[in-house]
Design a protein around this ligand. Structure first.
Ligand code: KIV
Length: 276
C-alpha cells in the first residue's frame, strides 16, 4: 500500500523517524522500495547525479517528469514526491499550478516539492488548495545557489536563522505537509521541529528533525570522488560496478565468457541444411 501524506504526518505524532531518499530510475527505485523507505524524492539532483549537468538550475520540468514516471512504474509503497525545477513555479501561482498538475498527471507522483520560504507561500497555498500536497524546502536551496554565493550552510547568524524560521512557519501555515531543512545548524533544526506540527525532513540539519532525506548516489557510494559533508556512505556501489564490468571484460578477452551455456541449441539437421 502506498504511503499517504496522512501516514507521513502521523509518524511525526508517533515519534517514528521518517526515511526519504532520492531515486531517478526504475531499477534503483525498485531496490529502494524493497529496502523499505517512507518517501522517494525524484529530485532536481537528477541533473548533477544522472544527467551530467553542472547545476540544478539546468534541470527542466520535462527532465523530472521523465524520471518520475520511471520511478512510479517500479514502486508500490513509498510516497513519491517530484521536485519542481528552477523557475517552474516562481513566475506566478498559475505557472506553479500548471507545473504541479503536470508533475502529478504525467510524472505520476503524489506530491510536489518546491524550494523557498515566505516568498513562495502564495504558490504553496494555491497548489494545496488545488488538492496537490506540497513539501516545502528551506535553508540551503540549491536552485538559488547563484544568489546564495555557493552551496553554503544557512541560518548561522541571527538574520539568517530568523529567515529560515519564518520560512518554515510560513510554509506550515500555507499548507505544506512536510518541510525539508537543508544545511542549517542542528540546534536551529531542532528548534523548528519542536515548533511545527508538520514533519521536518533534514539533510545536513542534524539528528533532531522528524526524518532525513539523502541523495541515493551519496549513501550508496556511487561517486567515489565526492561525498558532501552532510552524507555518509553505507555501501560501495561504484566499486561493485567496476568489479562487475572489469570481470566481464577479462572473461570476454580471455575467452571464458560466453560459453555454450549462454547461447542456444540448433539441431544437426538444420546445420546440415546449411552445407547444401
Ligand atoms: O533534489 C534533491 O535531491 C533535493 C534534496 C537535496 C532535498 O532537493
Amino acid at each position: 500500500m502506498r504511503m499517504t501524506t496522512r501516514d507521513i504526518r502521523a509518524k511525526k505524532n508517533s515519534g517514528e523517524k521518517l526515511v526519504m531518499v532520492t531515486a531517478y530510475d526504475a531499477s534503483t527505485a525498485r531496490i529502494v522500495d524493497q529496502a523499505g523507505v517512507d518517501m522517494i524524492l525524484v529530485g532536481d539532483s537528477v541533473g548533477t547525479n544522472v544527467l551530467g549537468l553542472d547545476s540544478e538550475t539546468r534541470v527542466t520540468l520535462d527532465d523530472v517528469i521523465h524520471h518520475a514516471r520511471a520511478v512510479a512504474r517500479s514502486t508500490a509503497n513509498p510516497l513519491l514526491v517530484g521536485d519542481l525545477p528552477f523557475m517552474t513555479f516562481r513566475v506566478s501561482t498559475e505557472q506553479a499550478l500548471a507545473a504541479s498538475a503536470r508533475m502529478i498527471q504525467e510524472g505520476r507522483v503524489q506530491a510536489v516539492k518546491l524550494e523557498g520560504g515566505v516568498e513562495v507561500t502564495p504558490q504553496v497555498e494555491a497548489i494545496t488548495t488545488a488538492g496537490i500536497p506540497v513539501m516545502g524546502h528551506v535553508g540551503l536551496t540549491p536552485q538559488s545557489v547563484n544568489e546564495l554565493g555557493g552551496y553554503r550552510a544557512q541560518g548561522r547568524d541571527s538574520e539568517g536563522a530568523k529567515a529560515v524560521v519564518d520560512g518554515a512557519l510560513a510554509l506550515e501555515s500555507a499548507g505544506a505537509f512536510a518541510i525539508v531543512l537543508e544545511s542549517i545548524p542542528h540546534r536551529l533544526a531542532g528548534w523548528i521541529t519542536e515548533r511545527t506540527s508538520v514533519p521536518t525532513i533534514g539533510i545536513g540539519a542534524g539528528p533532531h528533525c522528524d526524518g532525513q532525506v539523502q541523495v541515493i548516489h551519496d549513501i550508496a557510494g556511487w561517486n567515489p570522488d565526492f561525498l558532501p559533508r552532510h552524507a555518509k556512505r553505507f555501501g560501495n556501489v561504484a566499486e561493485e560496478f567496476r568489479r562487475a564490468v572489469a570481470g566481464y571484460a577479462d572473461e570476454v578477452r580471455g575467452g571464458s565468457f560466453p560459453t555454450e551455456r549462454h547461447s542456444f541449441r540448433i539441431s544437426n539437421s538444420v546445420m546440415e541444411d546449411l552445407q547444401d
